[in-house]
Design a binder for this molecule. Structure first.
Ligand SMILES: NC(=O)c1ccc[n+]([C@@H]2O[C@H](COP(=O)([O-])OP(=O)(O)OC[C@H]3O[C@@H](n4cnc5c(N)ncnc54)[C@H](O)[C@@H]3O)[C@@H](O)[C@H]2O)c1
Ligand SMILES: [Zn+2]
Length: 361
């Protein structure tokens, strides 16, 4: 088992571990009890994950709420259902909510934990690669609104994250690759994460392509450990995204527009991110921020992992650009871009010329 410690220097000093291992979920409560004094638990999951792993997370003091599966259900109605259930089972201030599932369940259950009785303990058991390397760590919790994704939410850190790599074996290829897109993102921004150690994630990814594609347990555990450590380094310096944390949005400015224009039902988030990363590499090459050699190396990595790099349709570039301008991360009408500037280094730049942005598409 590996353990990454997530440190958060927010208002008060707090930190929590991400335990990474195979079959951790079989003894979930043995770990959970170390990090919460809760007597009663509300386990939030969805229909699909419940069938696969629900039984393992059973316990005599645990009540379950099983929600429908899908991003469309990440909304206030489902949040209300969680809160109703918590009230019905008389969950108290010292009790805890457990999220068992991917990013959708984690974000929603975490938000519920942050507001129920002004905040109760929260445990994450992420079951997708995306959730294990990204969404379960760092404390962003939210639901969607019809006018936008993650519009209603909070910053709320879990007490413990249990990343069981066994659960990744049942993920379909498309969902696994969606997580890989976020993994590659960390490789492209590693130096800017300012971690204490050089994890050489880029080289690790270049050297272990077939093992990672086969989901080799040891290698995947190392991968999750590196990604969580890098995210921790960023979140520790800037929990509320006042500056540095925005680098985690590398490739996402284009990706959000792609997702929005295709109504969130054509590409997975990771597919939009890998296409978005290629676009931002194009942009950086065109402006001259990076050289051709580094550009080729990055694009090669994305294609070797067989991630999507091209849109399947032509978009009207003006509409695409307008969609980017309407992103919630835009301030004063200027699009904030995370641009590669050197090997594994990015910079947040908001004065990019419209023509250059469009050229990247
Ligand atoms: N909080 C953050 O910092 C953060 C960061 C990135 C993404 N997110 C959010 O995460 C969400 C996306 O997360 P996701 O990609 O995990 O999607 P998801 O939660 O919808 O899971 C993807 C699919 O995989 C299924 N699934 C989950 N675990 C499985 C398993 N072990 N085996 C087989 N199938 C399984 C789910 O039921 C679902 O159908 C988005 O809502 C996004 O906004 C949040
Ligand atoms: Zn993302």
């Amino acid at each position: 088992m590996k353990e990454a410690i997530i440190k958060i220097k927010a208002e008060k000093e707090q930190s929590y571990p991400v335990l990474i291992g195979e079959n951790l979920i079989d003894n979930a409560y043995q770990y959970i009890k170390e990090y919460t004094k809760a007597n009663k638990f509300l386990l939030v999951t969805n229909e699909k994950v419940e069938k696969l792993y629900g039984e393992l997370a059973e316990n005599k003091n645990t009540y379950k709420i099983i929600l429908p599966d899908g991003e469309v259900y990440k909304n206030m109605q489902m949040l209300n259902k969680i809160i109703d259930k918590a009230i019905e089972i008389k969950l108290e201030r010292k009790d805890a909510i457990i999220a068992l599932g991917g990013g959708v369940i984690g974000d929603m259950a975490g938000f519920a934990a942050s507001i129920y009785e002004r905040g109760i303990d929260f445990i994450q058991i992420p079951t997708t690669l995306l959730a294990q390397v990204d969404s379960s760590v760092g404390g962003k919790v939210a639901v969607n609104h019809k006018y936008g994704k993650n519009m209603i939410g909070n910053f709320y850190q879990p007490k413990l994250v249990l990343a069981d790599t066994k659960t990744l074996k049942t993920l379909d290829e498309r969902q696994f690759k969606t997580g890989l897109a976020e993994v590659l993102k960390y490789a492209f921004i590693e130096k800017s994460c300012q971690a204490e150690k050089d994890y050489k994630l880029f080289e690790f990814l270049e050297a272990n392509i077939s093992k990672i594609q086969k989901r080799d347990t040891q290698i995947i555990q190392e991968l999750i450990y590196i990604c969580c450590s890098l995210k921790s380094s960023v979140v520790n310096k800037d929990e509320k995204e006042k500056g540095l944390r925005a680098i985690l949005n590398f490739g996402h400015t284009y990706a959000h527009a792609i997702e929005k224009l295709t109504e969130y039902n054509k590409y997975t988030h990771g597919e939009a991110v890998s296409i978005g990363m290629k676009m931002v590499f194009n942009l950086a090459l065109n402006i001259g921020y990076i050289n051709k050699e580094y550009y080729e190396r990055c694009i090669q990595l994305i294609t070797k992992y067989k991630l999507k790099t091209e849109l399947e349709e032509e978009f009207n570039k003006e509409i695409f650009y307008e969609s980017m301008k309407n992103d919630k991360k835009v301030s004063n009408g200027e699009i904030k871009f995370v641009i590669p500037i050197k090997e594994k280094e990015v910079e947040i730049i908001n004065k990019i010329d419209k023509n250059n942005i469009i050229q990247g598409i």
